[in-house]
Design a protein around this ligand. Structure first.
Ligand code: 5MM
Length: 337
C-alpha cells in the first residue's frame, strides 16, 4: 500500500461516527500516580495486568476506534499471551503509540515548557510500526497565567509538533497532534479562549510550513474551559467558546478533533462533549481521546484485585458508551444511573 493510502486508511479506521480514542499511554510516573490513588503499586506486571484487562473488555471496539499505548505496553503480551497490539486489533481497535519523551522547562522562558523526543524518532517509529502501531501521539503542554505562555513557547512547541507530524506521515503513521492548554490556574473562560486560539493558530502555521497533509492528522486539543480555580462554566458555555475558537483556527481539511479530558471529571468530560456535538454539524468529526475521564472509574473498580476485573471492564465500557453517545449529542445525565 502506498504511504498516502496507508494514512487515509488509518484515518478512516480512527475517525468513525460514535467512536473515540482511549489514551492509555501514561508514562511510568503518571501511571504510578494513578495506581497510587487506588492503592496499587506500579510494577511492570501490574501495569500489564491492568492494561490487558482493559483492552480485552468485551464490546470496547463498539465505542473505541484506537488506543494510544506507552512504549512498554506495545512490547508486552496480554495475560493470554497475545501481543497487546494484536489483542486490540482482534477488538477492531487500531493500536497507536505515544512517541514524545515528556516535557522540561523551556530555557530562557520561566514557567514555560517544551516537549522532547525528536532525536532518533525516525528509528523509533520504524520499530513501533513493526510492532503494530499505525498512529502516534506527541503532546505539547502550555501553562496559562497573565503572561504565559510566552510567544517563544507557542512557536517552539508548534515547531516540534509539526516536525514530529511530518516525520510520522513520511513513514505512513498518522500523527495525533496534541497541544494541551492546561486547566490549572484561576484564568477565565475568555483567557482560555485567547490562549487556545493563539496556540492552535501557531500549530497550523507550523504544520503548513512543514507541508504536513492536514487530511492525514488528528488534532487532540483541550476544550476551552475556565481554570480549575475559577468558577465552572456550563457545558453550553464550554461548547460555544470551544467551537468559536476552533472555527477560527482549525482548517476544514482536518478530519477529526478528539479532545483530551485534562482533569475534568468523567461526567463533565462527557457532558461537555455532548454539548459541543449538540450545536449542529461542524466541518470535523468531534470526539474524545480521553485518559482519566475513561479510566478513572475502572481503576477504582479494579483496585489491583484480579477478582474485580469484571467490574473494571463494566466501568470502562460504560464511560466509552456514554462518550460514544456524546459524539452525536445523544447523551443525557440520566444515562449515568
Ligand atoms: C493530557 O493527557 C492526555 C489525555 O489524557 P487526559 O484525558 O487524562 O487528559 C494523555 O494522553 C497523556 O498525554 C498521557 O497520559 C501521557 O501523559 P504523561 O504525563 O505520562 O506523559
Amino acid at each position: 500500500m502506498s504511504i498516502q493510502n496507508e494514512l487515509l486508511s488509518t484515518i478512516q479506521s480512527l475517525v468513525q461516527p460514535g467512536k473515540g480514542i482511549l489514551a492509555a499511554d501514561e508514562s511510568h510516573p503518571t501511571i504510578a500516580k494513578r495506581f497510587k490513588a487506588v492503592g496499587v503499586e506500579s510494577t511492570e506486571d501490574k501495569r500489564r495486568e491492568y492494561r490487558s484487562l482493559i483492552f480485552s473488555t468485551p464490546g470496547l471496539g463498539d465505542y473505541v476506534s484506537g488506543v494510544i499505548l506507552f512504549e512498554e505496553t506495545l512490547g508486552q503480551n496480554s495475560l493470554d499471551n497475545v501481543p497487546m497490539a494484536k489483542l486490540l486489533e482482534s477488538q477492531g481497535i487500531v493500536p497507536g503509540i505515544k512517541v514524545d519523551k515528556g516535557k522540561k522547562s523551556l530555557i530562557n522562558a520561566p514557567g514555560d515548557e517544551i516537549t522532547y523526543g525528536l532525536d532518533g524518532l525516525d528509528d523509533r517509529l520504524e520499530i513501533y510500526k513493526n510492532q503494530g502501531a499505525r498512529f502516534a501521539k506527541w503532546r505539547a503542554v502550555y501553562n496559562i497565567s497573565d503572561s504565559l505562555p510566552s510567544r517563544q513557547a507557542v512557536t517552539a512547541n508548534a515547531e516540534m509538533l509539526a516536525r514530529y507530524a511530518a516525520l510520522c506521515q513520511s513513514l505512513g503513521i498518522v500523527p495525533i497532534v496534541e497541544p494541551e492548554v492546561l486547566i490549572d490556574g484561576d484564568h477565565t473562560l475568555e483567557r482560555a479562549a485567547d490562549v487556545n486560539e493563539a496556540v492552535i493558530a501557531e500549530v497550523f502555521n507550523a504544520l503548513r510550513r512543514h507541508q504536513v497533509q492536514l487530511e492525514g492528522i488528528i488534532l487532540k486539543p483541550s476544550m476551552v474551559t475556565p481554570g480549575k480555580a475559577c468558577a465552572k462554566a456550563s457545558p453550553e458555555e464550554v461548547a460555544e467558546a470551544t467551537l468559536r475558537v476552533f472555527r477560527r483556527v482549525v482548517p476544514a481539511a482536518v478530519p477529526g478533533i478528539n479532545f483530551l479530558s485534562g482533569g475534568q471529571t468523567p461526567e463533565e468530560a462527557t457532558a461537555n462533549l455532548n454539548a459541543i456535538n449538540s450545536l449542529g454539524r461542524q466541518p470535523w468529526n468531534l470526539s474524545f481521546s480521553y485518559g482519566r475521564a475513561l479510566q478513572e472509574p475502572a481503576q477504582k473498580a479494579w483496585a489491583g484485585e484480579p477478582g474485580n476485573g469484571h467490574y473494571a471492564q463494566n466501568a470502562i465500557l460504560k464511560r466509552a458508551r456514554l462518550n460514544g453517545a456524546a459524539t452525536s449529542g445523544e447523551y443525557k445525565a440520566d444515562m449515568e444511573i
